[in-house]
Design a protein around this ligand. Structure first.
Ligand code: ADP
Ligand code: MG
Length: 233
């Protein structure tokens, strides 16, 4: 699914630069559910943004679904993002003057889908996250957990191969966080590949593999016994 070799990234700071990723190596297979952990400033978001083609690496190699991601034009990058990737963020990143249905439908608009199939598909995904009855409500009328579900439905609407989540439970209370994680586990059970950035141990333990970053390098990369949010019956 993805392969990263000797990846480096620095940010320019005035006349000098800040070396954030210092030679990252790992591979992710289809169907994995991986937590990327590390303290604040360790480079987690930088890494996820490079994986998500929202940012570019300076050197090293990054291959996504067999495509080498390097020096892409804005247009090509957008095509790959649309085709391969779904994003979930800590702050949901919904458009606050659009209702839940319109938010979920938006990426389908950029894919060129006509209005009717767009809204039908969006409704299908809203129903999947249990928010059919909230389709015509604005983000301000929904709880944090509900808004994150809308964001997940939006991420899934374009049927991405890889779901990227940057601290998806960071703005939620524990109960709501676990509900979101239960949903992500269900998606992964169905075969979706998921990468989750978190600094919470309990959230990481709900994944199947934990990668620990420190000062821009991988300190640990281990398969773990996945903690299920709810026991299967
Ligand atoms: P994390 O997500 O683990 O908290 P980040 O990847 O956001 O870490 O940031 C890693 C380091 O890079 C931090 O020191 C941060 O201040 C710096 N940084 C992040 N983005 C930028 C940027 N666009 N320009 C300059 N420095 C940045
Ligand atoms: Mg971050």
């Amino acid at each position: 699914m993805l392969k990263i070799s000797n990846l480096h990234k620095s940010y320019p700071i005035g006349d000098s630069s800040l070396h954030v990723l210092k030679g990252i190596n790992f591979e992710v297979e289809q169907g994995e559910m991986v937590a990327i952990m590390g303290s604040s400033g360790s480079g987690k978001s930088t890494l996820l943004n490079i994986i998500g083609i929202l940012d570019e690496h300076d050197s090293g190699e990054y291959t996504l679904d067999g495509v080498e991601i390097k020096d892409l034009t804005e247009k090509k990058a957008a095509v790959y993002r649309n085709k391969f990737l779904g994003f979930i963020f800590q702050s949901f990143n919904l458009i606050n003057y659009k209702n839940a249905l319109e938010n979920v439908a938006l990426p389908l608009y950029y894919q060129g889908l006509k209005r009717k199939p767009r809204l039908e598909k969006a409704m299908f995904h809203l129903e999947k996250v249990g928010l059919k009855d909230w389709a015509h409500h604005l983000p301000s009328e929904l709880s944090g957990g509900q808004n994150q579900r809308v964001a997940i439905a939006r991420a899934l609407a374009s049927d991405p191969k890889l779901l990227l989540a940057d601290e998806p439970t960071g703005a939620l209370d524990t109960t709501t966080s676990y509900e979101i994680m239960e949903f992500l586990q269900k998606l992964n059970d169905e075969g979706k590949t998921i990468l989750i950035v978190t600094h919470e141990e309990d959230i990481a333990a709900m994944c199947k593999r934990v990668i620990r970053l420190r000062d821009g390098i991988i300190m640990e990369d281990n398969k773990v016994e996945q903690v299920r949010v709810k026991q299967d019956v």
